[in-house]
Ligand binder design. Structure first.
Ligand code: FAD
Length: 460
């Protein structure tokens, strides 16, 4: 029986980062992972493979739109096998990189599925380990709808949609959230007709409504079809593919769509099965997330939880922040995550990025605010590069202190960093606007949106 200061269960971005930071802080640490490779959902079947496919498919799509630049690329062909092999190599290299980081930092990697028979004990197969503290970082898995069985052949989760061997003629995506839109755009660019079906009457729930509308308009221009206000009722398999029956929400009307494949992208649910939480008395929410306090401790002393398996945004960088704050507090240091300042990015073309309050949330809370907007159509760098779709929107209190920022446009995922930092430092729109922004740059649209909030935009 080996004894540790900390055993982390799960080697996703929450778990592996927490394990490395704990080792840096002088703890004797082991990290248990059941999947054959390290890196969790993010590296294996999430952030990284999806971004690899978005980049490759983006380059392919771009080649068809070069004529406006006076460039003719001749006949363009696609080798989907090579494209997928590139993605697999990136995933393989990065997951192996974590094994190297574990060795470098002295973290023991235990392979297998873990359970917690009692506080301070971890069981992996036949082996038992003891630990002063246990950190659960078991992440999440794709959710599905009642009566809809994911077979990863015709009815896919994101995992299946990252590994298709051929572009389906027609792909229906159920759910217009981040994952559905990103993977929908990948397959649309690679040749599929893609229809996105969404229960709500808008896409990207949780994102500022105006920005979501800009995104929908731009994605429609790039070929995605949207069927909003529709709920998937049944999927029937026939000789000629799948028949989906959809309910028109609130209209007492049904519709049918024929398709080759369906991607169910309605969200993710926490993974806690097999850990023994019920027997331990660890409290979980109605939706199965592990309840934790501000120090990430569960209802059982000495057992902590972070990342996708606890309530909060299901994002890799949030899981990492959780993990670092948790182990720093265990080591007696101050640790804190400001969940209002966790940016969210949708890596479609154009990108969508967001931090802080949306306009809808401010209205609902009755908070007084001012708003600034700036369209990329009026930004010279966007005009030069032909990436004029979208806008920057900032929300601030009447004194100008930033409350939220939302961007739809090329490089939005990078542009948001300035506004996250500004909000973290309690900056005002005047302070952001007073900083010198390089010309010509997309970032000038951030400055102009801040100026607009004060009625002073120059190029609007
Ligand atoms: P996970 O990454 O899910 O890792 C948990 C690990 O624990 C898994 O490897 C699992 O095998 C292991 N495990 C579970 N139970 C046990 C057990 N009993 N014993 C041993 N091991 C166990 N987020 C972003 O921030 N940006 C993105 O661009 C992004 N894109 C995404 C794209 C897709 C297609 C998907 C599906 C997700 C994406 N996400 C993205 C979300 C991101 O992947 C997750 O938020 C993140 O991986 C959560 O990290 P985690 O460490 O909490 O859990």
């Amino acid at each position: 029986m080996s004894a540790y200061d900390l055993i982390v269960i799960g080697a996703g971005p929450g778990g592996y980062v927490a394990a490395i930071r704990a080792a840096q802080l002088g703890m004797k640490v082991a990290c248990v992972e059941g999947r054959g490779s390290l890196g969790g959902t993010c590296l294996n079947v999430g952030c990284i493979p999806s971004k690899a496919l978005l980049t490759s498919s983006g380059k392919y799509a771009e080649l068809s739109h070069l004529s406006a630049h006076g460039i003719s690329a001749g006949e363009v062909s696609l080798d989907l096998g090579a494209l997928m092999a590139r993605k697999d190599k990136i995933v393989g290299d990065l997951t192996k990189g974590i094994a190297f980081l574990f060795k470098k930092n002295g973290v023991d990697h235990i392979e297998g599925w873990a359970s917690i028979p009692a506080p301070g004990q971890v069981q992996v197969g036949e082996d038992s380990y003891t630990a002063k503290n246990i950190l659960i970082a078991t992440g999440s898995e794709p959710a599905t709808l009642p009566g809809v069985e994911i077979d990863e052949v015709d009815v896919l989760s994101s995992t299946g949609a990252l590994a298709l061997e051929a572009a389906p003629e027609h792909l229906v995506v159920i759910g217009a959230g981040v994952i559905g839109l990103e993977l929908g755009q990948v397959w649309s660019r690679l040749g599929s007709k893609v229809t996105v079906v969404e229960y709500l009457d808008r896409i990207l729930p949780g994102i500022d409504g105006e920005i979501a509308k800009l995104s929908q308009r731009a994605l429609s221009k790039r070929g995605l079809k949207f069927q909003l206000g529709r709920a998937l009722k049944t999927i029937e398999k026939g000789e000629n593919g799948l028949t989906l029956t959809l309910d028109r929400v609130g209209k007492d009307k049904e519709e049918q769509i024929q398709t080759d494949k369906v991607l169910v992208a309605i969200g993710r649910r926490p993974v806690t099965k097999g850990l023994g939480l019920e027997k331990l008395g660890v409290t979980v929410t109605a939706r199965g997330f592990i309840e934790v306090g501000g120090d990430f401790q569960t209802s059982v002393p000495g057992i902590y939880a972070i990342g996708d398996c606890v309530p909060g945004p299901m994002l890799a960088h949030k899981a990492e922040e959780d993990g670092i704050a948790c182990v720093e507090m265990l080591a007696g240091e101050a640790g804190h995550v400001d969940y209002n300042l966790v940016p969210g990015v949708v890596y479609t073309d154009p990108e969508v990025a967001s931090v802080g309050a949306t306009e809808e949330a401010l209205k609902e809370a009755g908070t007084e605010y001012i708003c600034g907007n700036f369209t990329f159509m009026a930004n010279s760098r966007a005009r030069a590069s032909g990436e004029t779709d979208g806008a920057v929107k900032v929300l601030a209190d009447p004194a100008g202190k930033l409350l939220g920022a939302h961007i739809c446009g090329a490089h939005a995922g990078d542009l948001i960093a300035e506004l996250v930092l500004a909000m973290a430092k309690g900056a005002t729109v005047a302070e952001v606007a007073a900083a010198c922004h390089a010309h010509p740059s997309m970032a000038e649209a951030v400055k102009e949106a801040c100026l607009d909030a004060m009625g002073r935009a120059i190029h609007a």
